[in-house]
Write a protein that binds this ligand. Structure first.
Ligand code: NG6
Ligand code: CA
Length: 515
């Protein structure tokens, strides 16, 4: 009952906002804005207060949502990281690239250096471009020497400045890389990385649990760095290894410095936060900020970072000339491989909001994520129900800043981003661990896939079934009633559209094994 009441109040509160169809003022000629793209890692649809969370308060994200367009149907291109990031930066659906899967830290770069990218598009329009944060799109050619300049990487696909972690916080190498060079590396203590076998004498999470400050639950039992065992083995580079608890501040300061340094020219900054991906390691000043343990605390930490970044833009007088876009690379997960109390302390919090599934899932919560655009003085606050995907950012932002570049999977929806109209995509292919589904209007089609219905390790419904699944989101946002049998005509129509866009190749997909 309590929960029902809270939801009712929330829906009523949200309804005060206008829907997004205010026509543009006639004759308006906008100066192309700077663009800051803030991209969280594993942040769920229900994890922020602007989207209904009551247990976690995110006032800075809410400030963007309340002053901008809050999309209720905004999607990541995939339910996992690398494929989503690939689509975000290239405007190409991830299922077109068989290498766009969750990557190890030693994977080669999966973006072709000849390919059009978001930063290249900005570059061609005279923008300076920077990335600070998580990369996870591979580096080099597969034979990286971490002690030399690492290339190709972000600099070779359009970023003038790059300060990154190679893969994820739970994967080696656990070092920062600035424009291709490992930061603070001592040449006397070279780094070696291997994902197949350990280096003799190096401790691991499996063999040396006494050295761990955070215990692994599944996977994550290889090299130990900062008391946390990771995926993959690493040796050397002691002075370069990151301290997880300082990562948020490290990235924030680089992002702020970038803005200050480039305030006098147009810029595009991709600020790729590491939270709330595992291992969740809030700085001590955020520990205990929520009742939810580290997962809640790092979301509050991320929100604080976002607030500080907005403050920098404001202080530099850039807020009225900068479009801020906020989203997440995939949906939420509680236990993603470490014992960090995320499941135990979740209480009444619903990371996926009203949606079914989570990270790795073909159900809505895998890919439907917080999605906000904000531009002070130019965007009228509103809530948009338009279907929009991160794959659309390339063509849409190109159109917005006057570039002619378009990429075919990336739909041109600048007015949707601006909240001027709410006519989004008609069709969208959703992806999760190589499997694909279709959203068409308010309908969802999930074709049959082998594999477990629920992943036991992460405790998430994956969307696998022997049968076709057909859901009507307008009546059934939680995807509980499969209408495939009762609506054969709609089912056939959806299959036809899906196969037309996707090709028949989806049938041979072996979904990623999730233990
Ligand atoms: C999985 C990891 C998970 C996370 C994920 C990538 C195991 C058992 N699980 O393989 O912890 O790292 O990959 O997450 O190793 S993502 O957000 O970067 O896609
Ligand atoms: Ca992710």
């Amino acid at each position: 009952m309590m929960k029902y009441l809270t939801l009712t109040v929330l829906v009523a509160t949200l309804a005060i906002f206008n829907s997004c169809n205010t026509p543009q003022k006639p004759g308006e000629n906008l100066k192309p804005p700077n663009v800051v793209l803030i991209y969280a890692d594993d942040l769920g649809y229900g994890d922020v207060s602007a989207y209904g969370s009551t247990e976690i308060q995110t006032p800075n994200i809410d400030r963007l949502a309340e002053g901008g367009v809050r999309f209720s149907n905004g999607y990541a291109s995939s339910a996992t990281c690398s494929p989503s990031r690939y689509a975000l930066l290239t405007g190409v659906y991830p299922w077109r690239n068989e290498n766009a899967k969750i990557l190890p830290g030693t994977a080669p770069l999966i973006i072709d250096t000849a390919q059009m990218t978001l930063p290249k598009m900005f570059n061609e329009m005279g923008y300076h471009t920077g990335i600070v944060g998580k990369w996870h799109l591979g580096l080099g050619d597969g034979q990286v020497d971490w002690n030399q300049r690492i290339s190709p990487g972000p600099n070779e696909v359009g970023f003038d400045y790059a300060y990154i972690m190679a893969a994820t916080q739970d994967r080696v190498p656990t070092v920062y890389i600035e424009n291709g060079r490992v930061v603070r590396l001592d040449p006397e203590d070279p780094i070696e990385v291997n994902y197949r076998e350990n280096f003799p004498g190096e401790p691991t999470g499996k063999e040396n649990p006494e050295m761990l400050k955070m215990k692994w639950h599944h996977g994550h039992f290889n090299s130990i760095v900062n008391g946390i065992s990771r995926i993959g083995y690493m040796k050397g580079g002691a002075s370069a290894r990151w301290v997880d608890e300082n990562m948020a501040d490290t990235f924030l300061v680089r992002a702020q410095d970038y803005i200050v340094e480039h305030k006098d020219e147009p810029f595009f900054l991709y600020y790729a936060l590491q939270q709330p991906h595992v291992p969740r390691t809030p700085h001590p000043r955020f520990v205990g900020k929520t009742e939810l343990g580290p997962r809640g605390d790092v979301i509050v930490e991320a929100d604080w970072c976002i607030g500080e970044l907005i403050n920098t833009l404001e202080k530099e007088g850039l807020l009225e000339n900068t479009m801020i876009i906020l989203s997440s690379d995939n949906g939420p997960v509680l236990n993603d491989g470490y014992y960090d109390d995320a499941e135990e302390r979740v209480g009444t919090h619903t990371p996926a909001g009203p949606l079914r599934g989570g990270k790795y899932s073909l159900f809505e919560a895998g890919t439907r994520v917080p999605f906000i655009t904000y531009w002070k003085g130019q965007i009228e606050p509103c809530v948009s129900d338009a279907v929009v995907s991160q794959v659309d950012l390339l063509s849409s932002l190109a159109s917005l800043i006057g570039s002619q570049i378009r990429v075919s999977d990336s739909e041109e929806l600048p007015d949707v981003l601006m909240g001027i109209n709410d006519q989004g995509r008609e069709n969208l292919i959703l992806e999760a661990t190589s499997r694909t589904a279709l959203r068409k209007g308010e309908w969802i089609l999930i074709p049959p896939y082998n594999g477990p219905a629920i992943s036991k390790s992460v405790n998430i419904e994956l969307g696998n079934s022997d049968e076709y699944q057909l859901y009507d989101l307008s009546e059934d946002l939680g995807e509980q009633n499969n209408l495939a049998e009762t609506n054969p005509d709609k089912l056939q129509e959806m299959i036809a559209t899906f196969e037309e866009i996707r090709g028949a190749g989806y049938k041979n997909i072996q979904p990623l094994e999730l233990k």
